[in-house]
Design a binder for this molecule. Structure first.
Ligand SMILES: C[S@@+](CC[C@H](N)C(=O)[O-])C[C@H]1O[C@@H](n2cnc3c(N)ncnc32)[C@H](O)[C@@H]1O
Length: 298
């Protein structure tokens, strides 16, 4: 960690506490370290920079947006206003997809709803030989994910990547994928919008004022995009392929029921580090071997 002046960190933490920031001490440390890294110290022009950044955080702008970056598994990613900021709990969701893909030879992975590209890029850097196709409906997210892909390819964001391993395409869920991939995906992983419309207005300012509504709300009841992805999984996974979807931790039972209802098998819930039901996983049914033509007597 960068050495920082304790009194400066404490003064910043006091300002953030007064503004109602939920984690003032940790955020103060990040802000002071950032200024020391960028300006050399928190005096002179460093003091003016720090003052501006603290004012933004005190106005409840997310820390990652104030710093302009976010850390996700092994990557340092760019973040930008108007694009969903990746969350630590999603690292577990990405991890399930990565564990599955690692056991396969040259796996094909799709990640609709990519935002910054955090999940897609993590799969690509952690699973050598994986081919990953990411999509997003939002042009700003596609641009940012492509910027992050460029940084990873240049070796500026973490472990290196092979060119052509990742594609980021604009469009709705799996619509932009080449038709020849239908029935051939090994893994379909996504953190889709999954909150109900009725939750609007109840979020902390960091969420409600900064994450785009399209990234948060999954239709009136919240489950619209999850349901669509589960239905697509039946069509686009190869037999035995795995779907991994982040879900609203209040909707685990609904997600299980929805996955079984479309004919997926091995349905299970994955818990995050707080014990919350964070993802639903399921497999496309294996095709049955052809019957011999001699019906058995029952
Ligand atoms: C909750 S954010 C997740 C972003 C990123 N995967 C992450 O975990 O940090 C959901 C993303 O889905 C995108 N999105 C919403 N509806 C979509 C759709 N029908 N097709 C593709 N992307 C969609 C939003 O623009 C947003 O970037």
């Amino acid at each position: 960690m960068t050495p920082v002046d304790r009194a400066t960190v404490e003064a910043v933490a006091a300002r953030l506490t007064a503004a109602g920031v939920p984690t003032p001490a940790v955020d103060a440390r990040w802000l002071v370290e950032h200024v020391v890294e960028v300006a050399g110290s928190c005096t002179g022009c460093g003091a003016a920079l720090l003052d501006g950044l603290v004012a933004r955080r005190a106005a409840r702008e997310p820390l990652q947006l104030v710093l302009g970056r976010s850390w996700f598994r092994e990557l340092e990613l760019l973040v930008a206003p108007g694009v969903f900021v990746p969350r630590p709990e999603t690292e577990i969701v990405a991890g399930v997809a990565i564990d599955e893909a690692r056991g396969l030879d040259a796996p094909i992975v799709a990640e609709p709803c990519t935002g910054t590209g955090a999940i897609a890029l993590s799969v690509a850097v952690e699973v050598p030989g994986a081919r990953v196709v990411a999509t997003d409906l939002d042009a700003a997210a596609v641009d940012l994910a492509r910027d992050n892909l460029g940084r990873v390819l240049a070796g500026d964001a973490g472990p290196p990547l092979v060119a052509d391993q990742v594609e980021v395409l604009p469009g709705d869920l799996l619509e932009p994928l080449a038709p020849k991939l239908r029935g051939r995906l090994d893994v379909l992983v996504s953190n889709p919008p999954y909150l109900p419309a009725a939750d609007r207005g109840s979020w902390e300012p960091e969420v409600g004022d900064h994450d785009p509504d399209r990234a948060l709300v999954g239709g009136v009841d919240g489950h619209e995009v999850v349901d669509r992805l589960l239905a697509l999984a039946v069509d686009w996974l190869r037999p035995g392929g795995l779907v991994v979807l982040e879900i609203d931790d209040r909707r685990g039972a609904d997600a299980r029921t929805a996955a079984s209802a479309v004919g997926l098998t091995d349905v299970a819930l994955v818990h995050d580090l707080t014990g919350a039901e964070r993802a639903v996983v399921a497999r496309r049914r294996q095709e049955r071997p052809p019957t011999s033509g001699h019906p058995t007597r029952g």
